[in-house]
Design a protein around this ligand. Sequence first.
Ligand code: SF4
Ligand code: MG
Length: 332
Amino acid sequence: TKHYPVRRTARDLTSRRTRRVHAVDALDLTLHAGRVTALVGESGSGKSTVARLLAGLEPVTSGTVSLHGDAVRIRNYRSFRAYCADVQLILQDPFASLNPVHTIRHHLTRALKLHRGGMKGARLARALDELLEDVQLTPAARYLDKYPHELSGGQRQRVSIARALAARPAVLLADEPVSMLDVSIRLGVLNLLRRLTDSRDLAVLYITHDIASARYFADTTSVMYAGQMVESGDSESLTQNPAHPYTRLLISSAPDPDGPPEEEVPSTDSGDPPSLISPPPGCRFHPRCPSAMERCRSEQPPRAGLGDGRWVACWLYADPAGETATAREQEP
Ligand code: SF4
Ligand code: MG
């Protein structure tokens, strides 16, 4: 058997899928150290599948996931563990990932021993203190011997983040990390993640249904619809001047782009997301799109560059002649 060790200094993670699968396809995502990339979509758009796929929990049936330029192949538990040390996943509900019968000390000690090996005594105690300091739970002694249910939701999510940091990951995948928290404490957790991104040079994938929070928190944003990426680019530019009709719908139904991150999925008054098992032909958004044209019903739109690394997959921006997309002025 061959081993495929994952480099510890990994800086980018790329996933590319080309053929149609049930959950997601045409995914083309690059994460960069020290940067937050948001993946925005409604529930059922496949964004959690992307997180699971990149976390090594779903098989990649076509295309590759690369870490620092090397294709990742998870063949056995050993290679899975090596990969997990570099790529850590934080879930929406910290309750689901913290065992209620164990203290915070137990959870963090286990993670430290798993990823940093043979820690005990004073060294272990110091590492535990540092982990909790990193997530602003101080003094550590106040939290270490508590059980998950004795902490608030925000504190629990901070513990999940601390546990992820125990692995000294290069990549942090955060799947709706604040959507179950009270609105009042969301910003604090996002600010913490931002600070860690900068200080640890982490590559962060921030998965959310809330495009307003992506604008606030992420450097770049990709919008996902029905298992496919439909638009991508600099967060500020994309949210100020959305190109894809679906992104426009998301923005117009987001309550207040400058307000705090919202709780509910934006209500879109033009129908529900389609099934991923049998998505509509052509552009998957065509049944809900106010600008749908004839060719949208049968032909998949190609990606068109909009400059500055932005692109959109929509016939409105494509060369009318066909497959070769060219950048075109965005219509108001
Ligand atoms: Fe709408 Fe057509 Fe663009 Fe799809 S390709 S978003 S249906 S205009
Ligand atoms: Mg989800």
